[in-house]
Each structure stands twice: as structure tokens, then as C-alpha cells.
Ligand binder design. Structure first.
Ligand code: SF4
Length: 260
């Protein structure tokens, strides 16, 4: 067992209290763990708990895609003032971003699923991968009640998508009500767009409010057919088959290997 994975036998149990899980992670990994947040409700609960546990001495990062809502930047300022913590904003690589928008325009995500995924890859996935390559563990706001894809979320797991570093999800077993109860009891600063009907808040061009009865995910990339959300395939003249995303990436990253 690598020291970077922490002591396996000291991992908190699956239903351990959120504060206990968070304190364990921060103590176990020291300066090699950081909290990832997009300033939604679960992320704000974790920030509040971490700020209380560490007197603000905690590493926090967030993906600044360059297309966030202005309300998100306002909340970042509010968080900095309230908790006295520094927030590292991760930006896309300027060269990659420039080539992508020169080739396909700033609003390429509306063209097709492959270009939307390309935009997410350049603005989110690659900056995140670069950051996680420097860490042994990260803290995220995933919860089992957030849908079928997340129902097996463990409080602590190995993140095989990111070189097997440890992923800590202190709120894995929390319900929506528990999140909002914590927010009210502790007067946690909250994103203004929740009051305007946004159930999930990401980049401004790609999120919208939802109506009664709509799934929270309906507010993301709503112009895409749900049957068409997967990236397409590309058949080259030589007959080889690759994903359309890989083809687009090769055009944007002509000289650089993919950091995945
Ligand atoms: S959510 Fe939209 S704007 Fe943000 S990175 Fe993905 S495609 Fe681009």
C-alpha cells in the first residue's frame, strides 16, 4: 500500500459523520489534499466545515472555465471574505483555448455533442487533470442521492480516473434536506441563482432554470437530445474508427500529447 493512499485500515466507515470524514482526510494527507468546489450547495457545506476545522488553513481549488455566471464570481469573493481562505482558480491553457475558439468559435458547444465535449475537455478536464497530478487526495461534494450514476458513491475511494489518488466524499450519504438544513443552521453563503430556479449551476451558456417536474439535469445542455449525449464516432478514410472528440482534440492539440 502506497503511503500516498493513506492508511487503508484507518479509512472512515461508509456512514461516518461528514465532519469526521473531512477531518480524517485533511489530517491524513496534509498539504497533498485539496477541496474541489464549484460553489454549489454541497461544496459550500464542505467549505464551511473545512474552514471551521482548520481556521481557514485549507487548500481549495475551483475550475474557472472563463464562462461562469457573474453570480459565481460574486460568491467566490464572498467566500474569501467570510472564511479568509485562498481559492486557487484553475484556468484552461491559453494556447489550447485560443486554437479551439479560432477553429470552432466561442459558442462551439451548441454545434454538436462532440464540440460540447471538446469545450469541456479544454476548459475543465485538462485543467483538472493537471491539478490532480500534483495531489494525493481530493475532496468532492458527490452524494448518493444525486442520481443513479452516483448511488454507489463511497465516502472514501480510490480515483482510478486520476492515477488512483484518494477521493473523499464527506457528504456521500447526505440527503438534499440535510444539505439545506446545514446551510440554514450555519448561515452558509449561497449561490444567488438557486433563488432563480437553477437546480444545478455550471457555465452560464450551458445551464438554465428548470420548471416544475423537470429533472435537475434538464437544466444542463438542454439543447442536446438525451439519446445523443454520447460522443459520436469518426471513420477515417483508411477505415479506422475513433471518437469524434479525439479527432477534434487532435486538431486543437497538434503538438501536445493528451493529458488524460
Ligand atoms: S459547460 Fe459549456 S461552456 Fe462550460 S466547458 Fe462545458 S461546453 Fe464549455
Amino acid at each position: 500500500m502506497s503511503a500516498a493512499k493513506g492508511s487503508l485500515f484507518s479509512w472512515p466507515r461508509r456512514d461516518a459523520p461528514a465532519e469526521e470524514v473531512l477531518r480524517w482526510g485533511l489530517a491524513e494527507f496534509g498539504d497533498k489534499i485539496a477541496i474541489s468546489t464549484s460553489f454549489q450547495a454541497t461544496g459550500m457545506v464542505i467549505l464551511d466545515m473545512a474552514a471551521c476545522a482548520t481556521a481557514g488553513n485549507v487548500k481549495v481549488f475551483s475550475l474557472d472555465t472563463g464562462r461562469l455566471h457573474s453570480e459565481t464570481y460574486e460568491l467566490i469573493e464572498q467566500v474569501r471574505r467570510r472564511y479568509g481562505i485562498q481559492i486557487e482558480l484553475l484556468h484552461p491553457d491559453g494556447g489550447e483555448l485560443g486554437r479551439m475558439t479560432s477553429l470552432y468559435g466561442p459558442n462551439l458547444f451548441y454545434d454538436d455533442v462532440s464540440k460540447r465535449r471538446l469545450c469541456c475537455e479544454i476548459r475543465k478536464v485538462r485543467p483538472l487533470n493537471r491539478k490532480l497530478a500534483t495531489l494525493d487526495a481530493w475532496v468532492v461534494g458527490l452524494r448518493r442521492s444525486q442520481g443513479s450514476l452516483r448511488e454507489s458513491t463511497d465516502t472514501v475511494s480510490l480515483d482510478h480516473d486520476h492515477s488512483g489518488i484518494v477521493k473523499v466524499s464527506p457528504l456521500a450519504h447526505w440527503s438534499d434536506d440535510e444539505v439545506w438544513d446545514y446551510v440554514k443552521r450555519n448561515d452558509v453563503p449561497m449561490h444567488k441563482l438557486y433563488d432563480q430556479g437553477y437546480p444545478s449551476i455550471g457555465c452560464a451558456p450551458c445551464t438554465r432554470p428548470t420548471g416544475p417536474g423537470e429533472s435537475p439535469r434538464a437544466g444542463r445542455w438542454w439543447w442536446e437530445d438525451s439519446a445523443d449525449k454520447e460522443c459520436g464516432i469518426h471513420i477515417s478514410p483508411d477505415g479506422s474508427v475513433r471518437s469524434s472528440l479525439d479527432v477534434l482534440l487532435e486538431e486543437v492539440l497538434p503538438a501536445a500529447p493528451r493529458a488524460r
